[in-house]
Design a protein around this ligand. Structure first.
Ligand code: GLC
Length: 552
């Protein structure tokens, strides 16, 4: 495919890299390793799994790829209970969304909604939207479409990308692509969008990160290292890294971004150092570390990644973290402090703390706030940033627990009737005018402005399993099952409780469908977690406790 050979290339991997050696393990051993997440949750969750003699044999069954029925999930035959009636419908809808390029499946379209007057770009394969589809296929033992997608997007990365007369960075990955059929030449053509056609010309910073995360998931799930080890994939990883590890004027290890550069792909006041991107950045760096060969070209990147991870985890864990104690400390901050002895390092003015935070913050619990930069803390809670922080182990185990405590104690606000809010709270009135530029799609409690997005269910479920709190995921899944299929798998819901189908929400939104399937499969078989989650890296410790770091 496009000059990318599938042949296995010899590995020069350093045997002492723990993450890499995990990947090098035989698939069955991978499963053994995955046992190290909370045993309580594992034993609680796995009662319904059919166990082999050693308890793990039957969990990993990539052979399920040899499936009989087209619309029957392979997983259903592996479980001893009847799957929820929604599952079959979801698989059918997911398969209907598959996009083919010259006869090969290469992705899934964003939404299969023919009732909608305007297609916009929902008929394209979005990189971020395909991730839950990819996980669903991998968990169901169908890696081929994922491999094709990874290679196709890698090929697109190689294109020369321009917005007007400005040439984009070599490593940029597209936000989305489309397969067009040329009836004259009787062949399929590719069209990609790197932001040059996107509404607002937003930069898809998250695409390259998702690509690396997905490559690791593919490798981990199939045990097939040969794809990641091709010179083309290695180069693709290095090109993404070149974009985000370059030296500049920064005083922080976090990645400086323009507004709308992630799932929230329009102006929402998330420019600067958005938590969503920092968490994905961290996860992509850790994934890259596991995938990069320690050859002449890779070695330099491995060293740079290790240094950045160290600084990034310290910065985010210390300065983005907010809990009751920390909020109280900020509330009492002095300002205008000079020199390295400053306690209020970013000169945050306590008056800028919004009123809602004081009520929202439980005594037990905490979260990573949305953004930190000079004199600016965005106190909003973002679902993706906090869940990915747990999955990537950017959050310490204590912080992960605290995030789950907060979700539990603020269930009505963050989940309400539909899991889960993309961010909390919504911005309104004057602030909405200034921050969104009067965006009519992002009115309060709608879309990106406090709307509820079913796709986030998979991240929430994975975070619940990782922290040993599966009962929270079950509650969320129950809510989804009471409405999602009936409502036609909407893209998002509106309202303070997430009770109304979003005013401009697409129906049959693929990632809402795939997110549900992934959540179900993970709860039924928690060994899948290893694909979407990274274990804590002990070398990243110690975290100097907030109070200590604040005074040193
Ligand atoms: C919207 C969402 C974006 C998603 C796209 C396709 O633009 O904001 O996150 O990737 O739709 O579903």
């Amino acid at each position: 495919m496009d000059g990318v050979r599938d042949s296995h290339s010899a590995s020069n991997a350093e045997p002492d890299d723990s993450d890499l050696s995990k990947l090098l393990d035989k698939p069955r051993l991978n499963i053994e390793r995955q046992r190290s997440f909370d045993e309580r949750s594992l034993s609680e969750l796995s009662i319904s799994n059919i166990r082999g003699p050693d308890g793990y044999d039957s969990i990993y069954s990539p052979g399920a790829a040899a499936r009989s029925g087209f619309d029957t999930p392979a997983s259903s035959s592996r479980y001893s209970f009847e799957p929820h009636p929604m599952v079959g419908d979801a698989w059918e809808a997911l398969r209907r969304s598959i996009v083919y390029f010259r006869g090969q499946p290469v992705g899934t379209i964003a939404a299969y909604d023919h009732s909608s007057e305007e297609v916009l770009n929902y008929d394209q394969v979005f990189v971020r939207d395909f991730v839950p589809s990819a996980f669903a296929f991998l968990m169901n033992g169908e890696p081929e479409i994922v491999k094709n997608f990874l290679l196709k997007t890698l090929h697109l990365q190689g294109w020369e990308k321009k917005v007007d007369r400005f040439k984009l960075g070599e490593g940029a990955m597209p936000a989305s692509f489309k397969v067009l059929h040329d009836p004259v030449r009787k062949t399929d053509m590719l069209f990609a969008d790197f932001g040059e056609s996107a509404i607002g010309r937003v930069a898809p910073v998250d695409s390259g990160f998702w690509w690396i995360i997905l490559l690791r998931a593919y490798t981990k799930s199939t045990g097939d290292l040969s794809l990641a080890e091709t010179p083309e994939c290695q180069k693709g990883i290095r090109l993404v890294l070149t974009l985000c590890l370059s030296e500049g004027f920064d005083t922080f290890p976090t990645l400086l971004c323009a507004d709308g550069c992630s799932m929230i792909d329009r102006r929402m006041g998330i420019y600067g150092y958005p938590m969503e991107i920092q968490a994905l950045f961290f996860m992509a760096l850790r994934s890259a570390l596991a995938l990069l060969k320690h050859d002449a070209e890779g070695k330099e990147f491995v060293e740079r990644i290790a240094k950045r991870l160290h600084a990034l985890s310290y910065h985010v864990r210390s300065y983005f973290w907010l809990d009751f104690q920390q909020l109280n400390d900020i509330y009492r901050y002095k300002t205008e402090e000079y020199s390295h002895t400053a306690v209020n390092k970013f000169n945050v003015i306590p008056d800028s703390i919004p009123d809602w935070v004081f009520d929202f913050m439980p005594t037990r619990g905490g979260y990573f706030i949305g953004n930190v930069s000079p004199a600016r803390m965005d106190f909003r809670w973002f679902a993706l940033g906090n869940c990915i922080a747990i999955l990537s182990s950017l959050a310490t185990p204590e912080q992960s627990m605290a995030i789950m405590d907060l979700i539990e104690s603020r269930w009505e606000e963050l989940v309400g009737e539909m899991p889960i809010k993309i961010c909390y709270p919504a911005i309104e009135s004057h602030e909405w005018r200034i921050v969104t530029g009067c965006d009519p799609k992002n009115t309060r409690w709608s879309y990106h402005n406090g709307g509820s997005w079913p796709v986030l269910l998979w991240m929430l479920t994975a975070a619940c399993i990782k922290t040993g709190r599966p009962q929270i995921a079950r509650r969320a899944i129950e809510l989804i099952e009471s409405r999602l299929q009936k409502d036609g798998w909407p893209e998002y819901y509106d309202g303070k409780l997430g009770r109304y189908i979003g005013k401009q929400a697409r129906k049959f939104q693929t990632w809402s469908i795939a997110g549900y399937l992934v959540a179900k499969m993970m709860l039924e078989d928690p060994s899948h977690l290893g694909m979407v989650s990274l274990e804590e890296d002990k070398a990243m410790k110690p975290l100097i406790k907030r109070s200590a770091s604040w005074t040193c």
